[in-house]
Design a protein around this ligand. Sequence first.
Ligand code: ADP
Ligand code: MG
Length: 311
Amino acid sequence: MQPHELELISLTKRYGKALAVDAIDYRFGAGVYACLLGPSGCGKSSTLRMIAGHESVSEGSIVLDGRDVSRLPPARRGTAMMFQSYALFPHLSVRDNVAFSLRMKGVDKAERNACAMEMLELVDMKDHADRRPAQLSGGQQQRVALARALITRPQVLLLDEPLSALDPFLRIRMRAELKRLQRELGITFIHVTHGQDEALALADEIIVMNAGRIEQAGPALEVWSRPATGFVARFIGGHNVLDAPGGIVAVRADAIRLAAPGAAAFTGHVTGVEYQGAHVALTAQADGRSPRFCPRLPSSMPPSRRARRWG
Ligand code: ADP
Ligand code: MG
């Protein structure tokens, strides 16, 4: 095992009789940005909380840097978690919120304040150190929560839907910010999301989960361009998933072109046109077949012309 690698071995979570995480195995390389991606209820948060130590492991183990940390308390694992709701203490200043875990460890005031200011500088919040959380915007509160998680110098930072409470504009900005921080710190980030765009934008590795199991895991580009199952192709989006004899075929929407009827592999009728900014999503019903084709076309081409060309 390489230094700082995190390995999940047959990791299982049961809530009573319900199986939330079903014996998953995975090895996170050191210093990667990994996204756990999947629909609501597939076991992402349970997996993350078990890694953090905020949820007990039912079966299996979690090994970090060669140590089995499965039964250690959260503060002794080398992980830190940033929660979905930032859970800042409302009565404490930003500085004291960030310094809180050091205070619990008995670090003296001058040292913990210096550490907190260093972390606040990292997330560009030094000027707001004396404010209370209520005096900050959502994006600023999130930076403080990040600083508070990072002050423990974790080897692995765990983030559960960290961007979901932000408006779309801020979400894209914070996304870039997270990526920058991860590169700068060189530690492993494990980021839970149900948004495929978010995972594709951020992740070196994407782990697609479905019903408590890992459906596919690998480099983001590979998951996107070679979905291993129909579920992954549908969930990751941008694919036309077709039932073909002997299995399922996924064709990337951006690989489909419109052609004159004689030159086309399929003919059909356009049933919907949706502008999506830089491109147009076109829905068509293939003649004599059930699948719907959704090619992506540059939006500079008028849809009426495309519809005619489709034949
Ligand atoms: P996700 O984060 O992917 O939405 P979760 O890990 O939160 O999924 O949940 C996985 C499954 O476990 C769901 O069916 C959920 O209802 C169930 N679950 C989660 N937490 C608890 C809990 N504390 N008690 C009982 N069931 C839970
Ligand atoms: Mg969740």
